[in-house]
Design a protein around this ligand. Structure first.
Ligand code: GLY
Ligand code: MN
Ligand code: MN
Length: 439
């Protein structure tokens, strides 16, 4: 057996998947990467591999498929683009099957051109198939054609898989608990993104345009080695902060307004996801100060609940309790906080949840409930803590709070001892933000 050099977390993950498949009776797993997408004539969108494929391989090129066979012998096979001098002159380096075997720790690799011809024989006589169907019609067509061809040989004694397993069910659970390799990348993605937010704070002042601040973020991401943001950056001043997925980023910022920035880089396939809200003129004041204080208190309350054994929902419940009481104190809600929580009245001002799993996908893989119950936190989970408050104008809303939108979002890793935050490199406290903005 070939051992990858350096030791490969990817090969380890493939072995764990194979062990799971064996325990379920064996069979074959087939995982394709994402297709390239044309942007307009002759140019493509920046390429990003499929998360599941990349999780299992670390292989960055398009037109590739992993096949893993869990039988009497275990086989790890990669199909990838063949070497091609002419194509490589125009489009860049290809590993090619030979180098890919060694470099990415596969037992065998074959040119992608042979995939459709080889797949029927790979499927033949396997008890089960693990893949994802009904997500990509082109993939469905290829798998079904291969199954049909394998079945055509039934008089030759061939059997075809009797069961198809949704492979995401296994991979999503694996991805939910991060390994050391992933944590190291995510910590770094958090540091780069925090540096970008610090730079954005320094660069913000009245009369600048949102996209000028977005440009600062992008520069720091790229200079840190990130190929692109993990999601479209939100740079939302004044009323735009109350539009949750605002990405136009083209408004001139005015004195006396807040700026909400939700931005994180992607690094080696992993996302950071940070939000900060701060005054355009560098001084927290008036109702914005009061509301910021409240969201910060909710952020602290939620952060304090991140530790193994607590249910997934505990930080959310803590944030909602603080926010609801505060909204009553500020005159934005009327009634007893318990009743307002019970009735969901706080949702008028806080309409999203306090977090989501974070990993290769910004809203990462993994179930939030198991058997109908919020799942307990375990070491290795990574997620966001992101309470917020968004006040749209309304007859029954004190005008002083109109158009204020605030969110404070951090990224946390559950450790055996409690937690580690990856995003503490950018301040949350008002005096610290003000000091940074004076620099
Ligand atoms: N930036 C997306 C989110 O915070 O969920
Ligand atoms: Mn988020
Ligand atoms: Mn975010």
């Amino acid at each position: 057996m070939i051992s990858a050099n350096p030791p490969s977390p990817f090969r380890e993950r493939r072995k764990r998947l194979l062990a799971h498949m064996l325990a379920a009776g064996g069979g074959i797993a087939v995982v394709p990467t994402a297709p390239e997408r044309e942007r307009n004539r002759g140019t493509n969108y920046p390429y990003r591999p499929d998360s599941q494929f990349f999780y299992l391989s670390g292989f960055p090129e398009p037109e590739a498929v992993i096949a893993l066979v869990a039988g009497e012998t275990l086989r790890q096979v990669l199909f990838c683009r063949a070497k091609n001098e002419e194509q490589e002159r125009w489009m860049g380096h290809r590993h090619g099957p030979e180098a890919a075997t060694e470099r990415f720790g596969f037992d065998e690799a074959w040119p992608m051109d042979e995939f459709d011809r080889k797949l029927p024989s790979l499927l033949a006589n396997q008890p089960a198939l693990w893949t994802t169907l009904a997500a990509n019609p082109e993939w469905d067509r290829r798998v079904l054609a291969a199954l049909a061809q394998a079945r055509a040989d039934v008089r030759g004694g061939t059997t075809v898989p009797q069961t198809v397993h949704e492979i995401s069910t296994v991979l999503d659970e694996m991805r939910l608990v991060k390994d050391e390799h992933e944590i190291a990348i995510m910590r770094r993605a958090g540091e780069i993104s925090a540096a970008a937010h610090r730079q954005a704070m320094r660069a913000t002042r009245p009369e600048r345009i949102e996209y000028e601040i977005e440009a600062e973020l992008l520069r720091v991401f790229r200079a840190g080695g990130s190929p692109f943001p993990a999601y479209p950056s939100i740079v939302a001043s004044g009323p735009n902060a109350c539009v949750l997925h605002y990405t136009d980023n083209n408004r001139r910022m005015r004195d006396g307004e807040l700026l909400l920035i939700d931005a994180g880089c992607e690094l080696d396939g992993y996302a950071a996801d940070i939000t900060r809200s701060f005054p355009v003129n560098g001084r927290f004041d008036g109702p914005a100060r009061d509301l910021y204080q409240l969201v910060l208190a909710a952020n602290r309350a939620a952060r304090a609940e991140v530790r193994p054994g607590n249910a997934w929902n505990t930080p959310h419940d803590a944030a909602v309790a603080v926010l609801t009481q505060g909204l009553v104190d500020l005159g934005l809600l009327q009634g007893a906080p318990e009743n307002l929580i019970e009735a969901g009245a706080y949702r008028r001002f806080y309409m999203h949840r306090t977090g989501h799993w974070l990993g290769m996908d910004v809203h990462d893989a993994g179930q939030y409930k198991v058997d109908g119950q919020w799942r307990p936190l375990v070491p290795g989970m990574v997620f966001t803590i992101e309470p917020g408050c968004y006040v749209r104008p309304g007859d029954d809303v004190p005008e002083a709070f109109w158009n204020i939108g605030i969110r404070i979002e951090d990224n946390v890793w559950v450790t055996a001892e409690g937690n580690e935050y990856f995003t503490d490199g950018v301040p949350r406290e008002m005096d610290e933000i003000e000091a940074l903005m004076r620099e």
